[in-house]
Design a protein around this ligand. Structure first.
Ligand SMILES: Cc1ncc(COP(=O)(O)O)c(C=O)c1O
Length: 382
């Protein structure tokens, strides 16, 4: 058995969810604010099925995914919780009526980012007993997908006239809510609120209104409406330094392996591909079976540290596809089979995805999403 694994601690997930709940309801104790747990991209590398099941146990109200494939896969396991698909309806090889009926059968909630999408869903939904639920996406400055806020009022009026879809929600997405400076986020929020006000005057209201991703959950109170959409916070990381430490979080994944080979090298010998490390003295090195094939970034070469028996050791030489090496020094007290922490936190030693990412120019999102499929996910405290 390959000793490399990602241990995912559900007690820590529960802790993070509780911190988010307290934070948002601390601001608005009387308001019931739903949480849409964002589990796209395989729950940011943590395993979409297991994490989603746990989030449902923890009372999460919605699950957010990027596309219909993720949603259909999830629906097989999660029969009742609403699943909001953030992505657009892209062309399918299936005939449209069949395609829409599959999405409807799986009881998915669609994002509508254009009139055409709304019309498409509407036109192929005539026969259904229940209406296809949709959330309208408004682009207030992200410039990715969504109805441009400037012309959105008119388009939403047209969409509201369609009879076979249900306008359950409306939302927008922030471009820089993780930054300390909230000027642009506040402008986005202002644009969104103005549109909501105009729609209300015209008699168009939505049961669910949402905008807050992790950065906004932490630091933009006015953005909660009646649902928030945190992703990264669930997994225990802050989306940026500007909003760090607003609540306490615990990284839920510990990426681990074992020391599987120990050898002595002599001064001036090199280690690994490209000879990027030369020993200054005779020393022992330990080989650990994790590499960029597992998502351990090659750019960490000669930069990272690994934790073995509560002590940090330098990773040395190029990170290879399947192995890294660590300098154990002139004497060592480590056995083959001892655990190694590569990313995460253990016994107060912090090797978080944010810290490791900083060493190689990556954001914590990339570091956790990069953990490869071949790394076994082990769930603790389920
Ligand atoms: C539409 C939408 N909402 C919410 C999120 C969650 O973002 P974060 O992980 O920063 O909380 C994402 C992820 O990028 C998203 O695309």
């Amino acid at each position: 058995m390959n000793p490399t694994r990602a241990e995912i601690d559900f007690a820590k997930l529960a802790f993070n969810v509780e911190q988010i709940r307290r934070h948002i309801h601390g601001e608005y104790p009387k308001r019931k604010i739903k949480i849409c747990g964002v589990v796209k991209a395989n729950a940011y590398g943590h395993g979409i099925e297991e994490v989603s099941k746990k989030l449902v146990d923890l009372g999460i109200d919605f699950l957010g995914v990027a596309n219909y494939d993720e949603a259909i896969r999830l629906r097989k396991l999660i029969p009742n919780t609403p699943i909001l698909v953030f992505g657009t309806l892209i062309h399918s090889k299936l005939e449209p009526a069949k395609y829409v009926s599959i999405l409807h059968k799986h009881n998915l909630t669609a994002t509508v980012a254009s009139y055409d999408t709304a019309k498409f869903l509407n036109d192929y939904s005539r026969k259904f007993k229940s209406k296809f639920k949709v959330h309208i996406k408004v682009d207030t400055g992200m410039r990715r997908i969504g109805l441009d806020y400037k012309g959105a009022f008119k388009t939403i009026q047209q969409i509201a006239a369609l009879k076979n879809i249900e306008l359950e929600g409306i939302f927008t997405h922030f471009a820089s809510s993780e930054e300390k400076n909230k000027t642009f986020s506040k402008l986005q929020l202002k644009r969104f609120n103005k549109l909501l006000g105009e729609l209300k005057k015209a008699g168009i209201e939505f049961p669910i209104v949402h905008s807050a991703n992790s950065g906004a959950v932490l630091d933009l109170k006015g953005s909660y409406f009646n649902m928030v959409r945190p992703g990264l916070l669930l997994y225990g990381y802050y989306p940026g330094n500007g909003v760090r430490n607003k609540i306490k979080l615990k990284p839920i994944m510990n990426l681990k392996s074992k020391v599987t080979f120990i050898k002595k090298i002599e001064a001036r010998e090199s280690v690994s591909y490209g000879r990027k490390y030369f020993a200054k003295q005779n020393e022992f090195i330990g080989s650990i079976p994790i590499g960029y094939g597992d998502g351990y970034q090659r750019l960490l070469t000669n930069k990272a540290r690994v934790l073995i028996n509560k002590k940090l050791y330098r990773q040395i030489g190029a990170v290879t596809m399947d192995w890294i090496m660590a300098s154990l020094g002139k004497r060592y007290n480590i056995k083959i089979g001892d655990d190694v922490l590569l990313m995460g936190e253990e016994n107060g030693n912090y090797l978080g995805a944010d810290k490791l990412g900083k060493l190689c120019g990556k954001i914590p999102y990339e570091m956790i999403c990069a953990v490869a499929d071949r790394v076994e996910r082990v769930y603790l405290n389920g």
